[in-house]
Write a protein that binds this ligand. Structure first.
Ligand SMILES: [Zn+2]
Length: 337
């Protein structure tokens, strides 16, 4: 029996409205009330819509010049694969500006973030910060970042990274928008800074998490969200993301998914990827990956494969991971606006 009430998620894109209801006592979700206009080929037929996921990619670097020639096609492929909404990552003032511009070309599909990546912290200038603040106040800009600390490569001096990161935290508090954080080999310092603002922090997302199980539990214990990418295929450690997922370390209500495209290509042929994970990949999702994504240029249409891998490690259904992560993203970033 379909109970038409409890949660419904509304995704709207001009003429496409998809309502997802939850079957309370049944096996699957169904998508109802799908309308499309004649010119849209998003859903070639109703059947295809039914079998597709509805996903939100919370981090894709679509301002990267690798997409300059065919961004339309990249976004259309994402939608065909089930990725209905994409957050375009801002990693510098210039890039944040471009990301915001893209949201106006693809309204209600693209959203942006505004921030300076720790690699670029050295290029911080007071004047430009005012521009960034202005962008951050736009409705289409749904998070502050990518910001944080990266001691792995130290492209900017750690002290400068910490100063610039603090400014982002203050801005996120002022704007009351979530923080979109990048952290590599800087766990302790990152927490130290965030703890300076405890009690005042907006929601925090640790994007493209690559740390240890222990660190993830530390983040989750503080109520932070964890963003996972195709890094899952790269992680060969015994104490990292895979272990965390296998042991149920990340509750579904703390999990978000992202491609970090054009980076973090999910290499499903990686020899260390367990057979039960490879077996969990559907032909449909693998086709998008194999046909359109490469090590040189990953695309948001690889997100279904990432979701299926996460589900396999967690021993959950991909539909459950899709639904929870989309719900988390909509709620956290207010994407239905
Ligand atoms: Zn990052």
């Amino acid at each position: 029996m379909l109970i038409n009430h409890p949660i419904h998620y509304l995704f709207s894109h001009q003429s496409i409205s998809v309502y997802v209801y939850i079957y309370i006592d049944s096996v699957n979700y169904i998508m109802e009330n799908t309308t499309r206009d004649e010119n849209s080929n998003t859903c070639n037929d109703m059947e295809k819509c039914y079998e597709n996921y509805i996903l939100v990619d919370i981090g894709a670097n679509l301002t990267n010049k690798k997409y300059s020639r065919d961004l339309d096609a990249v976004i259309q492929r994402a939608k065909d694969s089930g990725v209905q909404k994409i957050m375009v990552t801002g990693t510098s003032v210039k890039c944040s500006k471009e990301a915001l511009r893209l949201t106006r070309i693809y309204p209600e599909t693209l959203y942006s973030t505004a921030g300076i990546h720790p690699h670029d912290a050295k290029s911080y200038e007071d004047d430009e910060w005012e521009d960034l603040k202005q962008m951050a106040s736009s409705a289409e800009c749904v998070a502050i970042g990518e910001c944080g600390l990266d001691y792995n490569r130290n492209f900017s001096e750690p002290e400068i990274q910490r100063d610039v990161f603090r400014k982002h935290v203050e801005l996120a508090i002022e704007m009351n928008k979530p923080l979109f954080i990048h952290e590599r080999d800087a766990y302790d310092d990152l927490l130290k800074i965030l703890d300076e603002f405890s009690g005042k922090l907006p929601p925090v997302v640790i994007h493209c998490f690559t740390g240890t199980e222990e660190q993830a539990l530390g983040y989750i214990g503080r109520g932070f969200y964890i963003g996972l990418t195709g890094y899952l295929c790269k992680d060969k450690s015994d104490t990292g993301v895979r272990k965390l997922l296998s042991e149920g370390g990340i509750p579904l209500d703390r999990l978000l998914v992202e491609t970090d495209a054009p980076f973090m290509y999910p290499n499903i042929r990686a020899s260390k990827l367990p057979a039960h994970v490879k077996d969990n990949l559907t032909e449909r999702s693998s086709t998008f990956l194999n046909r359109y994504c490469t090590f040189q240029r990953n695309e948001p249409c690889s997100l279904p494969v990432i979701v299926e891998m996460i589900a396999a490690f967690m021993k959950k259904r991909p539909e459950d991971v899709a639904l929870s992560t989309s719900f988390n993203a909509l709620k956290l970033f207010g994407l239905s606006q």
